[in-house]
Design a protein around this ligand. Structure first.
Ligand SMILES: Cc1ncc(C[n+]2csc(CCOP(=O)(O)OP(=O)(O)O)c2C)c(N)n1
Length: 702
């Protein structure tokens, strides 16, 4: 034992060590019991916290449940027990009961979540949680800067901190490095605990981490307190955790504890570590068993008699028996609730509440100006609205702001927001899209309303894990204990000439496919203004796609409609009435279709043109009414044709409106390739006026 440890042992009260032993023992026995339940087919998955108990208990003892915020890893059973999660609640998760506070039977056990204690629902993708934790700490920072927002926060304390833990393997994820970069740059109050058990399933840490030591690698990060400890040694862990928590609480910066632990029960019940870990190493690790070590310490220091320990263990065993019996008798989650809480149960963005009329004044403005106007209105209305992304600020260095005109986005959509609302509310961040979305999730959980920008749709992919596995799932997976309503604004699409493969792609169907997400795409300045306001005021995550080809077109300008103008989601616009065929379209192709089809009037062909505006939800009622009237339909979009957005619309029309059709449902969309650089090549890929005319005429004549 180190001198550090000895110092703590002397300073530690008997109650502390005895209490810690009890908690480690309790955690161990909950794991053992859950393993038994799994073997009896009464639980369906098991991953244990065995070997990680000591560092968990030690860290939790320095933290405040329901005051600080927690993003624990799946090995953090002991940590969660120490914070206040009960064994009964854990067993409710094991059996997938309705009252499981983590998820109501939706997630695997050990995916911790507890609203009252501030344990934010954990997902399975390793390492994603670090960005949420940093976002949560960023919210703390925001509340300390923007007092009006703090007054509206459900919970904020000026010295609160955010705890996040991860494994040695998870520290290989780019998200971990993105999170450190931002947390250290902004000196955010985050405590990272890397619980290093030497393996990520079967991959040893020297393969996972260059040089084999994460603490050595991160020492260059500014303001980061880096501490290393034997996480199976309670006094040492307790002291190190105390130092780290104090450092973060005092707002000196983030801290990282590198805790060396063991994982004697293999990765999960589906794994057998003897397949890849030599017996000698297993035996060496067994000597560091936290339960054994803490028990020995109590005996050595004569802090508890053998009899007292037996009594304590018997008491815990009884508590566990009782908790399991109750959990096994608990009602399972009812199957008819599985679709509950994909979206906000209280705020319906398709409702009349979001249908607010325009009160026009002023000269017509472009889509860029109208999006900017909506952002200004919403930032003025609600101090919790915060804008960040790449290049969105006017000038990162505030002291230089007065000397320059200001950038405000590569398309100038956010121009002037920083100057008007201050650098706390509109700021630039690194080129790290996962970080932008992941941190926004953490901030939204804390009650802020981030409106972030992904600079081009083509670069949304680093954020895909955050969008697909975190943003869209949080409300559902926690059965509404947590949610993260926010807006991701994304310039999208082609018809630019010169945008090429990495500045002109579409791909909206990929996002429309994600339950839990709203996807909108305006085609006019007015719609952009009204839909963005709805997006910001709604209670769901919204992907707000801005066809950049339309940003500055004069034909779609409109006067400012007033600061409460809103368009509900799921309401298409009847752009042009007709009787011959229905064109279902959106985005840049709305105007192009109108223009292209004008000459057909002379032939007696009168197309009805619908602008969907909102892709998820979409206006089936209007589509159906129109198809019933015209009996012919062309679905038209800019994204690739195969597995594109039109495929779903066409399939549903074929399925539900078959008897009304006088012709096959047709699609016209981009070829299944990429957008090329040369304008003539781009034209060859994207739908062109002549093709729209041909398709409409063929349908009319069918
Ligand atoms: C992003 C992602 N990739 C892969 C997996 C599958 N997986 C689950 S746990 C795990 C190992 C994690 O190792 P580590 O972070 O060291 O934690 P440990 O299990 O050792 O405590 C892997 C690869 C996952 N859940 N998420």
């Amino acid at each position: 034992m180190s001198t550090v440890t000895n110092h703590v042992v002397k300073a530690t009260k008997r109650e502390l060590l005895v209490g810690a032993y009890r908690m480690v023992y309790l955690s161990r026995r909950v794991d053992d019991k859950e393993i038994q339940l799994k073997r009896q087919n009464r639980a369906y998955f098991q991953i244990s916290g065995v070997g990680h108990e000591t560092i968990g208990v030690a860290a939790a003892l320095h933290l405040k449940a329901g005051y600080d915020w927690f993003y624990p890893y799946y090995r953090d059973r002991a940590f969660c027990l120490q914070l206040g999660v009960t064994p009964y609640e854990m067993f409710l998760a094991s059996v997938g009961a309705q009252d499981d506070p983590n998820s109501g039977g939706r997630q695997m056990p050990s995916h911790w979540g507890h609203r009252r204690l501030h344990i934010v629902s954990e997902s399975s993708p390793t390492g994603m949680q670090v960005l949420h934790a940093v976002g949560s700490a960023e919210a703390s920072h925001y509340f300390s800067l923007v007092k009006e927002a703090a007054e509206l926060a459900t919970s904020f304390h000026s010295d609160e901190i955010v705890y996040v833990s991860l494994g040695d393997g998870a520290s290989s994820e780019g998200e971990f490095w993105e999170s450190l970069n931002w947390a250290c740059g902004r000196e955010l109050p985050v405590l990272f605990v890397v619980e290093d058990n030497g393996y990520a399933i079967s991959v040893p840490v020297d393969v996972q981490t260059a040089g084999g030591s994460i603490s050595r690698l991160v020492k260059g990060f500014p303001h980061l307190l880096v501490l290393e400890c034997d996480g199976t040694d309670f006094p040492e862990s307790y002291e190190v955790a105390g130092k780290a928590v104090e450092y973060v609480r005092q707002r000196k910066g983030p801290a990282l504890i590198h805790a060396h632990v063991i994982r004697p029960y293999s990765h999960s019940l589906s794994d057998d570590e003897r397949l890849y870990k030599p017996e000698s190493l297993r035996q060496q690790e067994a000597r560091r068993d936290p339960l054994l070590r803490l028990g020995n310490l109590l005996r050595q220091e004569r802090l508890a008699s053998e009899e007292e320990m037996k009594e304590m263990e018997a008491e815990v065993d009884g508590e566990i028996r009782e908790a399991v019996d109750r959990a096994l008798a608990a009602a399972p989650a009812p199957p008819d609730t599985v679709m509950r809480n994909l979206y906000s149960p209280t705020v319906d963005p398709t409702s009349e509440h979001f249908d607010q009329p325009a009160k026009f004044h002023g000269e017509p403005k472009t889509m860029v100006d109208m999006i900017n106007a909506a952002l200004r209105d919403e930032m003025a209305r609600d101090p919790r609205v915060v804008v960040f992304g790449e290049d969105v600020a006017d000038c990162s260095h505030e002291d230089e702001l007065a000397k320059v005109k200001g950038k405000g986005g590569v398309f100038k959509v956010t121009h002037g927001l920083q100057r008007h609302f201050g650098s706390a509310r509109c700021y630039n961040c690194p080129i790290a899209e996962a970080s932008i979305v992941g941190r926004a999730i953490g901030m939204a959980v804390r009650g802020l309303k981030p409106v972030v920008e992904i600079q081009f749709f083509d670069y949304i992919w680093p954020a895909m894990m955050q969008i697909r596995d975190e943003l869209t799932t949080l409300r559902w997976r926690s059965d509404n204990a947590f949610s993260c309503p926010l807006v991701i604004r994304v310039p999208i699409g082609g018809y630019l000439a010169g945008g090429a493969i990495y500045h002109s792609q579409s791909g909206e169907s990929i996002f429309a496919h994600l339950p839990g997400l709203r996807v909108v795409i305006p085609s006019t300045a007015l719609d952009a203004n009204g839909l963005l306001r709805t997006a910001i005021r709604s209670d769901d995550p919204v992907l707000f796609l801005e066809p950049k080809h339309l940003y500055r077109q004069t034909y779609n300008r409109a006067p400012y409609p007033g600061r409460d103008y809103m368009i509900p989601f799921g309401k298409a616009k009847l752009v042009q009435e007709g009787t011959t065929l229905t064109i279902v379209t959106y985005g840049s192709l709305v105007h192009r279709a109108v223009q292209a089809l004008k000459p057909l009037e002379q032939e007696g062909i009168q197309p009805e043109i619908l602008d969907l505006r909102s892709l998820q939800p979409y206006d089936w009622e209007l589509i159906a009414a129109s198809v019933k009237k015209t009996n012919r339909v062309l679905v038209l979009h800019e994204d690739c044709v195969s597995w594109g957005y039109g495929a779903e619309i066409a399939a549903r029309i074929a399925d539900e409106l078959f008897e009304f059709l006088d012709a096959p449902v047709r699609r016209l969309a981009a070829k299944d390739g990429y957008i090329p650089y040369h304008p003539a090549l781009e034209d060859a890929v994207l739908p062109q006026p002549a093709e729209i005319v041909r398709a409409a005429r063929a349908l009319a004549e069918f």
